[in-house]
Design a protein around this ligand. Structure first.
Ligand code: 9WO
Length: 229
């Protein structure tokens, strides 16, 4: 899978969470080809400006549609596939496990990271396929949300998790939270591990885990069960 990122801060993607562990290995193994591009390289004026004041007034600056479109066209021209264009914004549909899996079916994604007060809406209307939010809060720009999306999607590339693990067996694969986990020592500071896990009764343990998952989901995330909170 190829992922292109359009950003004013390409350095934000260097030596960060995409350069360690599972995602680092996926990139080394050629499963994930991440290409980061500086939007400012496509500014045309003497000052290389990428933003301007909003029509109708209001605070701050808006990213220019002409610069964004030029940057996008340049990157889309680099590969056979135009890719699915995703703009990360709090106005988008909220990312969940099913959207992650859907995005992961694309051979190419192009992620656009906004800054300032956002991008000219004509860019969204004419150039963006999906506007995606990673949750109901504002951050300083789309870069961190893009990294979250890339990490979540890359885990679904066949082979990215290695041979032993499958994302089908993870929490959320069946819409439930995970059961609690424990490891040695069996007792620490008088804090005991649930007896059942030490019993060796495989069937009973599996039943307990499933009960824990249901109970925790009902308690913490009833929305996942379709119940009201
Ligand atoms: C900044 C701002 C400042 C003063 C008044 C209004 C304002 N709105 C914004 C704003 O929304 N800035 C965004 C920064 C513009 C798009 C890129 N930025 C962004 C993306 N912040 N948060 C996200 C984001 C993306 C995906 N999921 C969650 C948050």
């Amino acid at each position: 899978m190829r992922v292109d990122v359009l950003t004013l801060f390409p350095e934000a993607f260097e030596g960060g969470p995409l350069d360690v562990s599972i995602i680092k290995r996926a990139r080394e193994d050629g499963l994930l080809d991440l290409q980061v591009h500086n939007i400012r390289d496509h500014a045309t004026d003497r000052h290389r400006s990428v933003d301007d004041t909003p029509f109708g007034g209001g605070q701050g600056m808006v990213m220019r549609v002409d610069v964004l479109d030029r940057a996008l066209q340049h990157v889309q021209g680099q590969d056979g596939s135009p890719g699915l264009v995703v703009y990360l914004s709090p106005q988008g549909e909220v990312l969940d496990d099913s959207l992650v899996r859907e995005l992961a079916t694309n051979e190419r994604l192009i992620l656009v990271c906004g800054r300032y007060e956002g991008v000219d809406e004509r860019f969204v209307d004419h150039c963006v396929d999906r506007e995606v939010s990673i949750g109901d809060y504002i951050v300083t720009g789309g870069e961190l949300p893009a990294m979250v999306l890339i990490d979540a999607v890359a885990r679904h590339i066949p082979g990215a998790l290695g041979d032993e693990v499958s994302p089908e067996e993870e929490s959320f694969a069946d819409g439930l939270l995970e059961h609690p986990q424990y490891t040695r020592p069996a007792e620490y500071n008088g804090w005991a591990v649930p007896e059942i896990l030490l019993s060796g009764h495989h069937a009973k343990i599996e039943k307990w885990k499933q009960e824990q998952r249901l109970e925790r989901t009902r308690e913490r995330r009833p929305d996942l069960l379709g119940d009201s909170p």
